[in-house]
Structures are given as C-alpha cells and as structure tokens.
Write a protein that binds this ligand. Structure first.
Ligand code: HEC
Ligand code: HEC
Ligand code: HEC
Ligand code: HEC
Length: 209
C-alpha cells in the first residue's frame, strides 16, 4: 500500500515537472523575452504588419553596421550641393590658395571648437576633398561622417548607436532607420541653444493643486 501511494506521488510529481518544462509555448511564457514578443507580434498586429518602411518615401538610405548595431541612415553625398568637391579641387589645397584673402567658401564660418583644436583641415582632406579625414589621417566617406564626430564625441556616438541620442525616421517598428549626426547638427556650427517652453502654464499648476 505504502509503496503504491509512493508510486502515485511520483507520477504526479513527474506530471507537474513535465508541465513546468514543456509549457513554454503556452500562456505567459510563450515568448522567451520582450524582444521576442515584439518581433513575433509585429508580424501580424491587428491584421496588419508593422513596418516603418512607408515613412522612408523619398529618403535615400544606406545600411551601416557599427559594433553590434546594424541600421539604416540617410545617404549624404547626393544632399550636398557642392559635391563632388573635386570639380574645383583638382589640385592640392595649398596650390589653390594664392595667398589672397578671397574665400571661396566665404559663407562657412567655423563655430565649433576653438582655433587651436580645429580648422577646416581637421576634418577635410586638403589632398582629396571628396573624402573626410580623421585625426590619424584615415579616410572617412561623407556618407559615414558619424565616424568623424565619434572621434571626439564618443559618448553621444555610443548613445546614437543604441538609439538614445538622435531620432528615428518613421516609428519604432523595424526596419530601423535613424537620422545621422549631420542631419541635425551643422558640422561647422553644431551647437543648439537650449530651448524652454515658450510659456509656463501657471493656471494648470493651480488647477492641479
Ligand atoms: C566652385 C568651386 C569649388 C567647389 C565645388 C568646392 N570648393 Fe572648396 N575651395 C575652392 C577654392 C577656389 C578654394 C581655395 C580658396 C580658399 O581657400 O577659399 C577652396 C578652399 C577650400 C577649403 C580651405 C578653406 C580655408 O579657408 O582654408 C576647404 C576646406 C574646402 N575648399 C572644402 C571643400 C569641400 C569639402 C568641398 C565639397 C563638399 C568643396 N570645397 C567644393 C573652390 C571650391
Ligand atoms: C568638424 C569637422 C569639420 C570641420 C572643422 C569643417 N568641416 Fe566642412 N564639412 C564637414 C562635414 C561632416 C561635411 C558634410 C556635411 C553633410 O553631410 O551635410 C562638411 C561639408 C562641407 C562643405 C559642403 C557643404 C556646404 O556646407 O557647403 C564645404 C564646402 C565645407 N565643408 C567646407 C569647409 C570649410 C571651408 C571649413 C573651414 C572653414 C570646414 N568645412 C570645416 C566637416 C567639417
Ligand atoms: C577633433 C575633435 C572634434 C570633432 C571631429 C568633432 N567635434 Fe564637435 N566639438 C569638439 C569640441 C572640442 C567642442 C567644444 C567643446 C564642447 O562643447 O564639448 C565641440 C562641440 C560640439 C557641439 C556643441 C556642444 C554643446 O555643448 O552644445 C556639438 C553639437 C558637436 N560638437 C557636434 C559634432 C558633430 C556632429 C561632429 C561631426 C560632424 C563633430 N562635433 C566633430 C570637438 C570635435
Ligand atoms: C535628431 C537630431 C540629432 C541627431 C541625429 C544627433 N543629435 Fe546631437 N543633439 C541634438 C539636439 C537637439 C541636441 C541638444 C540637446 C539639448 O541641448 O538639450 C544635441 C546635443 C548634442 C551634443 C551636445 C552635448 C549634449 O549631449 O547635449 C553633442 C556633442 C552632440 N549632440 C553630438 C552628436 C553626434 C556626434 C551625433 C551623431 C553620432 C548626434 N549628435 C546626432 C540632436 C541630434
């Protein structure tokens, strides 16, 4: 008798164990994580499939991979009127500058870091204007200018890669497309004045109390 009871207990126990182990496909534990759930449910969300793609109309995007992040950013070269630079910059810059004070790019005023830290050729390559130039002399494509900024602003760059600094094009649904640094910051004058709400609503404060 005693051994029979023990046997039944054992079966019940196995049954419960089995339920715990194999119930992953049911109820709350259907997904293995939040990302899993979002990806799965966005495939057929209320009968539609969620995508940011409809918002990309007219924006030329390129795919980039930075560390473990792969996403889309707007292409830049076709947006720069002056490109390609080598239409005029056919020879090294030194040979183009005749010593006169006439500035071809008189409309560009550098308001970024101070003059001891930065001048035009900190970022532009005097021997090949069609590419940007990093601090170690490395060549950087205009489409990847975030790699220029990242040299000195690594904190914002890390945030940007993860999606915490900057803005998405479209929504949170995949595929991810993010604005690149120069979509918001003019590289020659990148600072934004901090802005505050135009008016502090004192009436609302009184109502809330
Ligand atoms: C319409 C002709 C023209 C085009 C296009 C052009 N440049 Fe220039 N640029 C010049 C001339 C001429 C000079 C030399 C005179 C001077 O220093 O201003 C010059 C000078 C420069 C300088 C040195 C400025 C200084 O003050 O030392 C930089 C940097 C520069 N160009 C970058 C570019 C870049 C980057 C592009 C493309 C995105 C470009 N340029 C396209 C004509 C041009
Ligand atoms: C901090 C790096 C940096 C410095 C310093 C810098 N540039 Fe640029 N410049 C850029 C980047 C990045 C772009 C491309 C921006 C884009 O994608 O729209 C650019 C674009 C340009 C262009 C083409 C677009 C336009 O605005 O006409 C010209 C011309 C140019 N730079 C000239 C200059 C000159 C002249 C100087 C010095 C007075 C200078 N740059 C200093 C990073 C820099
Ligand atoms: C060679 C180093 C260097 C590079 C490259 C560089 N910056 Fe800067 N940047 C500085 C320094 C130095 C300052 C001024 C100090 C400060 O305010 O952080 C500055 C200031 C700024 C500011 C203003 C900060 C504020 O407090 O408002 C912004 C925005 C900015 N940079 C964006 C950019 C972007 C975008 C790029 C790429 C196109 C870039 N920087 C490339 C060194 C750099
Ligand atoms: C969608 C627009 C947008 C994009 C994209 C963007 N920024 Fe900014 N960034 C801003 C705004 C707006 C501020 C000002 C925030 C404030 O003053 O509170 C800012 C502030 C900054 C500052 C000043 C310090 C700070 O954190 O407040 C730096 C430096 C900077 N950005 C660098 C970058 C770099 C580097 C990239 C690309 C890797 C980038 N930003 C991409 C909009 C943008």
């Amino acid at each position: 008798m005693c051994s029979k009871k023990y046997f039944i207990n054992k079966i019940v126990c196995l049954f419960i164990l089995g339920f715990v182990f194999f119930s992953c496909k049911h109820g709350e534990s259907e997904y293995h994580g939040v990302i899993d759930k979002i990806e799965s449910e966005s495939k057929d969300y209320h009968g539609t499939s969620l995508s940011s793609e409809p918002y990309f109309d007219g924006v030329k995007l390129i795919e980039i991979t930075e560390g473990e992040h792969t996403f889309l950013v707007p292409e830049r070269k076709s947006a720069i009127n002056m490109f390609s630079c080598t239409e005029c910059h056919t020879k090294p810059l030194a040979q183009m500058q005749d010593g006169s004070n006439k500035k071809a790019h008189w409309d560009i005023k550098l308001v970024h870091a101070n003059q001891n830290t930065m001048n035009c050729i900190t970022c532009h390559n005097p021997d090949n204007m069609d590419d940007l130039r990093g601090l170690t002399g490395n060549q950087i494509d205009f489409n990847n200018s975030y790699n220029l900024c990242s040299q000195c602003h690594s904190k914002q760059f890390e945030d940007w890669k993860g999606g915490a600094h900057g803005k998405r094009i479209g929504g949170w649904a995949p595929p991810r497309a993010s604005m690149t640094c120069v979509n918001c910051h003019n590289p020659h004058e990148p600072h934004f004045e901090s802005r505050w709400p135009a008016r502090f609503n004192t009436q609302k404060v009184i109502e809330r109390e």
